[in-house]
Design a protein around this ligand. Sequence first.
Ligand SMILES: NC(=O)c1ccc[n+]([C@@H]2O[C@H](COP(=O)([O-])OP(=O)(O)OC[C@H]3O[C@@H](n4cnc5c(N)ncnc54)[C@H](OP(=O)(O)O)[C@@H]3O)[C@@H](O)[C@H]2O)c1
Length: 238
Amino acid sequence: MGTDRVKKVCIIGASGKLGRYMVGQALERGYEVVGVCRERSVQKLAAFEGRMTVVPGPTNDPEVIRRAVAGCDGVLTVLVPWGVRQYASGTAQAVLDHAPPGARLVFSCGWHITRDGEDRYSRMFTMGVRIAAVLGRLVRAVEIDDQVEACRRVFASDTRWTVVRGSSLEEGQSQGLPVWSRHVGDPVLASNLTRRVDFALFMVAALTDDTLVQQAPAIVGCRTPSALAHAGGLHKHA
Ligand SMILES: NC(=O)c1ccc[n+]([C@@H]2O[C@H](COP(=O)([O-])OP(=O)(O)OC[C@H]3O[C@@H](n4cnc5c(N)ncnc54)[C@H](OP(=O)(O)O)[C@@H]3O)[C@@H](O)[C@H]2O)c1
């Protein structure tokens, strides 16, 4: 476990499902929380009114991000492939450019992102991602290549980053901290399912886990069959 020097965190994409779980958990940990979300989504954070600061605006606006991350020891960023205007890469770039030096930067994405090309995907998974990419581009709603570019920039940076790669997600009560492995295809990950609330738990816990600095853990729920069968001695948070 890293030193508990985190006091103030910024959550970028705070109004989404993952974002709201992270806001709740960061507040529970006693952190001061600043959230960034689109102006039209501010009301989705009403449950936290008075307990957090909201900076409304597009998450790829460098000026919005510069204001929001000022004085933060940690930044949790939800990277989503929505829209066709380099939203994810613009968001990642703004965070990389403006987060205070030495801050812990934790980004979310999916298993389809590979850091070193050593991930092994099932045919079905690869086909699913390809179809989503093509259809998404056609309807101009999803830009998976840009999420790939966002992560490429993070991987290339010398900041204290972690890119958390989520499996398929489901709702439901927390089962505890997911387990992780370096590569998709590792047997422990085979179940390919994580509760969204636990994805958030992993993101927030990563803020104080220095073993995850400059790592791209692929996660899976700790109660899934593959985790139960293979997790002995595998990566749990230190
Ligand atoms: N969904 C999955 O099955 C899955 C699987 C693996 C990994 N992941 C990863 O998990 C993370 C969270 O994903 P999620 O699916 O659970 O979504 P989510 O937490 O509900 O977040 C969606 C985010 O996208 C924003 N958004 C939606 N439409 C947008 C648009 N047109 N332009 C700009 N922003 C827009 C939302 O902002 P508003 O609140 O303003 O709408 C919100 O911040 C992502 O990093 C994703 O890659 C998801």
